[in-house]
Design a protein around this ligand. Structure first.
Ligand code: HEM
Length: 142
C-alpha cells in the first residue's frame, strides 16, 4: 500500500471551513473541499463533521461501494496511530453493508424471520394435499 502522510486530530481540526474541509473516516484523513458540492447527501452533513472524525456518521448511513472508493480518492493521509494493512482492506470489502436502496429491494430477507419458516412453507401445503387425498380415499371406500 502507498505511503501516507500522518496527521494528528489537532492538525485535521484546522481544516473545517467550506474552502478547506477535511475529515477523518476509519483512520483515513480526507480533503473533501472539492467534493462538498457534489456530495449526494448534501454539503451540510459534511460540514457538520468538518475537522473531525466522521467514521460513525459515514458508516451509519450505509454508504455504497462507490462512496468507499471515493473515500480513497479524497484521502490525503492517515491519522496518527492508525495502522493499515492489506488484510484490513479485505475485511472492509467483505463486511460491506448493503445500501438503503439495496435493502429496500430485499425487505423479504428480514433476519427476524425464523429459520424453519422455509421448511413450514414446504411442509404445510404438502400436509393439506395429503389430508385432502386421505379424505377423498376414505369417503369413496365407505
Ligand atoms: C460526515 C460524513 C457523511 C455523512 C453524514 C454522509 C451522509 C450521506 C447521506 C445522508 C447520503 C444520502 C443517502 C441516500 O441517498 O439515501 C449520502 C450519500 C452519499 N455519500 Fe455521503 N456522507 C458522509 C460522507 C461521505 C464521504 C466522505 C463520501 C465520499 C468521499 C460520501 C459519498 C457519498 C455518496 C457517493 C453518496 C451516494 C449514495 C452512495 O453511493 O452511498 N459521503 N451521504
Amino acid at each position: 500500500m502507498a505511503e501516507h502522510t500522518v496527521f494528528t486530530f489537532l492538525q485535521v481540526a484546522q481544516h473545517k471551513s467550506k474552502n478547506d474541509c477535511w475529515l477523518v473516516i476509519d483512520g483515513k484523513v480526507l480533503n473533501v473541499t472539492k467534493f462538498l458540492e457534489e456530495h449526494p447527501g448534501g454539503e451540510e452533513v459534511l460540514m457538520e463533521s468538518a475537522g473531525k472524525d466522521a467514521s460513525k456518521e459515514f458508516n451509519d448511513i450505509g454508504h455504497s461501494k462507490t462512496a468507499k472508493i471515493l473515500v480513497d480518492k479524497y484521502q490525503v493521509g492517515v491519522i496518527q496511530g492508525y495502522t493499515s494493512s492489506n488484510n484490513e482492506h479485505v475485511q472492509v470489502a467483505s463486511t460491506e453493508e448493503p445500501t438503503k436502496r439495496e435493502m429496500s429491494a430485499f425487505v423479504i430477507r428480514d433476519e427476524r424471520r425464523p429459520k424453519y419458516a422455509g421448511l413450514l412453507e414446504f411442509i404445510v401445503p404438502l400436509l393439506v394435499a395429503a389430508s385432502y387425498f386421505c379424505y377423498r380415499y376414505l369417503t369413496r371406500s365407505s
